[in-house]
Write a protein that binds this ligand. Structure first.
Ligand SMILES: C[S@@+](CC[C@H](N)C(=O)[O-])C[C@H]1O[C@@H](n2cnc3c(N)ncnc32)[C@H](O)[C@@H]1O
Length: 275
């Protein structure tokens, strides 16, 4: 945590995410065209586990270019999305305007959110590929928890940190990265998960793995009560190159045998109501 390069790493990551916005907005992976035609971009998992959002205030942390945020709004939530990518927030705002979806978007680093937002929400939501960009998981949990109204809840659906120890380029499960490492890991950037052939000027990004124990303990220390923690043997993107796509947005381990490791988890935690 005392790494003096953290701000430099985050700048590089931000540049990459800014470049990803144009790439992702034209990718079939994200399906912006269908979204504009009215398709809801949320997965059955979070739709089922978050439940009815009608009339509720919802804060979406690290919302990318806002399709999931606006999907919650289409379901009746009063949404606020936040992300540090200027390009992402600009596209989210223009989509909201074009599609006439009431919403608000904030552009800032997650760790600066308390300087931009002074209110609490019924639901604080975040999903898929968010924690790996955050150097300080305890501070993330404090900020997320501070945005939940008493009686409200925090929800996350995310890649399982144990799956991150395996070589993401190998055609079999091969241990490569430490589970317990606190240092930034630098990965070569080759296109994006949504378009492997896309041109990106950033050559290496910087990521941090946080153990499941650290994630949960941070949320508990931040005053939340865990309602459930679910682990899943499938995922929503091609996390490992040998996973098989079911044609409906889910990647599974190949074959009939029992899946060897968890690929995703979801968690819901409430902030106790004030008595
Ligand atoms: C994988 S994407 C979000 C996933 C989202 N579910 C989606 O697929 O649209 C990760 C997001 O985190 C954002 N991000 C990374 N580091 C951040 C930080 N320090 N503060 C705020 N946003 C950050 C990136 O800009 C990116 O939009």
């Amino acid at each position: 945590m005392s790494d003096p390069n953290i701000n430099k790493y985050k700048q590089v990551n931000k540049q990459m995410w800014n470049e990803y916005v144009a790439i992702h907005s034209r990718s079939t992976f994200y399906g912006l065209k269908e979204f504009k035609e009215g398709v809801n971009k949320l997965n059955p998992l979070e739709l089922g586990e978050v439940g009815d959002v009608k009339g509720k205030s919802l804060l979406h942390l690290q919302c990318h270019f806002g399709m999931d945020t606006l999907s919650w709004a289409r379901l009746g939530a009063n949404v606020t999305g936040m992300d540090f990518s200027e390009e992402g927030i600009a596209l989210a705002c223009s989509l909201a305007e074009e599609l006439k979806i009431p919403s608000r978007f904030i552009c800032c680093d997650l760790y600066d959110l308390p300087n931009h937002l002074n209110e609490t929400f019924d639901i604080v939501f975040t999903s898929y590929g968010v924690l790996t960009w955050l150097p300080d998981i305890a501070r993330w949990a404090q900020i997320a928890a501070s945005c939940v109204k008493p009686g409200g809840f925090f929800y996350i659906a995310e890649m399982h940190p144990f799956a991150a120890v395996f070589d993401y380029q190998a055609m079999e499960l091969r241990y490569r990265y430490p589970y317990f490492d606190k240092e930034a890991l630098s990965f070569e950037v080759e296109g994006s998960y949504a378009d492997h052939n896309a041109e990106v000027t950033v050559k290496n990004d910087f990521e941090w793995n946080h153990t499941l124990g650290e994630i949960i303990t941070s949320l508990i220390n931040a005053g939340l009560q865990i309602e459930f923690l679910h682990e899943f043997p499938f995922t929503v993107f091609e996390q490992l190159p040998f996973l098989e796509h079911d044609g409906k947005g889910i990647w599974n381990f190949p074959g009939e045998g029992k899946p060897p490791i968890p690929l995703m988890f979801s968690l819901r935690a409430i902030k106790p109501a004030i008595k």
